[in-house]
Design a binder for this molecule. Structure first.
Ligand code: HEM
Length: 453
């Protein structure tokens, strides 16, 4: 039998392949390679053979049609000390069981029920913005959004179980966990992670803080007369539909930290991009504010309001297209497969970039242009379903997407109806895509009370 001829792909260095290019500028390198080599091309990374897939039909195959054949790549295991065997990293039977157990906690009604806590946290944050407005100080919007989404995540998860100082310590630990996870992602060997450098020691301390806090709260909650109506209480009370079994404490710890880590930075990064794009597109900002003024009529946003706030939702959708927080992923084929006529051997890694698919010139008109109206229903209907995947797709789709969209709508509506935001950082910030698609330098801003025309 003749050997299959794969399309050409970028040449790499001997031994390391394209790893140095990915390390130096992953996004730019992949963008240029896709422009030159098309929708399917090989990538040699260190000793392994990978393919970049850049067509909705490929996405559908890997994430939906034959998803059981594709497992997360060993790179994702870098996050294991924090995420453990939680939903984000688990596979096979464990994942199937846990997903079934946790999914009801994120059903529409449950998420809607969290809106009250969210509104309260956002209002408290608006009060901090009022203080900033008085001093006219310039501040890091990136950091500010990270604090806000962490507070939302912690309060919806733990209610009031963390004191202010514990909350601050826990938040710092999560941020360090996130940063170091990102720094380690392209490491070839774990040796540099074991050496007791200051950064590694800081990371180990962060994991200890996260661990000890979550264990303590779980213990206290189990001993309390009622489980509480926050997410932790719901997770403790969750039972397997077939066996009626609850989660072990270890599994609970892993799920809690997975939800916190997967949920907060992703949402924060996207929110700061939203402010950035809206500042550059005054008409979009005005449309969003008109909607907030009309629908909310001065009240705090509730789920019923949000259902009527189509424009605000379209803004979040367009931000998620332009800057998908999780911008690429890799999966390893477990058995031989064929994707759109191309044989994929067992053990091969396939990579898909949400960013590349979201900017594919044959799918999106003027892909670099910010335009929320791309998400008008009649325009969505004309696009392939798998051309848009900020929350991934298929059975492993983000479990928190409803939560994240609700949070983003509420934050934008609440803050922008009350404040004028001037972005003081670069108009075209350089991207620093590692795990999340963040700008290289923080987005900075000044705020003042909204001036109504
Ligand atoms: C804008 C915000 C968010 C974005 C862009 C986002 C994106 C994603 C993506 C792309 C995946 C798939 C990852 C993969 O398969 O490799 C994912 C999975 C996941 N996300 Fe999100 N996410 C966001 C917010 C949240 C929130 C708020 C939560 C929790 C409250 C959350 C919890 C999770 C979990 C647990 C998974 C793993 C699901 C599974 O494999 O079954 N995410 N998210």
């Amino acid at each position: 039998m003749s050997k299959h001829q794969y399309p050409a792909g970028p040449k790499g260095y001997p031994f390391l392949g394209v790893l140095p290019m990915l390390r130096a500028d992953a996004l730019g390198f992949l963008e240029r390679a896709a422009a030159e080599y098309g929708d399917f091309f090989p990538l040699r990374i260190f000793m392994s053979n990978s393919f970049l897939l850049n067509h909705p039909a490929h996405v559908e195959h890997v994430l939906q049609t034959n998803y059981r054949n594709y497992r997360k790549s060993p790179m994702a295991q870098k996050l294991k000390p924090i995420l453990g065997n939680g939903l984000f990293l688990s596979e096979g039977e464990l994942w199937t069981r846990q997903r079934k157990l946790i999914a009801p906690s994120f059903f529409r009604q449950r998420v809607d029920a969290m809106s009250g806590v969210m509104a309260q946290v956002i209002n408290e944050h608006a009060a901090k913005w009022s203080a900033r407005a008085e001093t006219q100080e310039e501040f890091s919007l990136s950091e500010d959004m990270s604090c806000l989404t962490l507070e939302v995540a912690l309060r919806t998860m733990f209610g009031n179980s963390l004191s202010e100082s514990e909350g601050e310590e826990f938040s710092r630990a999560l941020v360090v966990g996130n940063e170091v996870g990102a720094e380690r992602i392209w490491n070839l060997t774990p040796i540099t992670e074991i050496i007791p450098t200051a950064r590694n020691r800081e990371y180990n301390r962060a994991v200890e803080t996260l661990d000890s806090t979550v264990w303590r709260i779980i213990r206290e909650r189990r001993a309390a007369p009622d489980l509480g109506d926050d997410l932790l209480g719901i997770l403790i009370g969750a039972r397997d539909a077939e066996t009626n079994e609850a989660m072990s404490d270890q599994q609970l710890r892993d799920e809690v930290l997975s939800l916190l880590l997967a949920g907060h930075d992703t949402t924060a990064v996207m929110l700061s991009w939203a402010f950035h794009f809206l500042a550059q597109h005054p008409t979009c900002l005005e449309n969003l504010r008109d909607e907030a003024d009309t629908v909310l009529a001065g009240c705090d946003p509730t789920p019923d309001h949000l259902k009527k706030m189509d424009y605000t939702k379209r803004v979040t959708q367009e931000v998620a297209r332009m800057r998908p927080s999780l911008w690429w992923f890799a999966r390893v084929a477990q058995e031989d497969d064929v994707i759109c006529g191309q044989p994929i051997k067992a053990g091969t890694t396939v990579m898909i970039s949400q960013y590349l698919i979201h900017h594919h010139p044959s799918i999106w008109e003027e892909p670099k242009l910010f335009n929320p109206d791309r998400f008008l229903p009649e325009r969505v209907a004309k696009r392939p379903k798998f051309a848009y995947l900020p929350f991934s797709a298929g059975p492993r789709v983000c479990i928190g997407s409803g939560f994240a969209v609700m949070e983003m709508q509420m934050v934008l509506a609440t803050l922008l109806r009350a404040f004028d935001v001037t972005i003081t950082s670069d108009d075209e910030p350089e991207l620093a895509p590692i795990i999340t698609l963040r700008p290289k330098d923080d987005i900075t801003a000044r705020v003042k009370p909204r001036l109504r025309h």
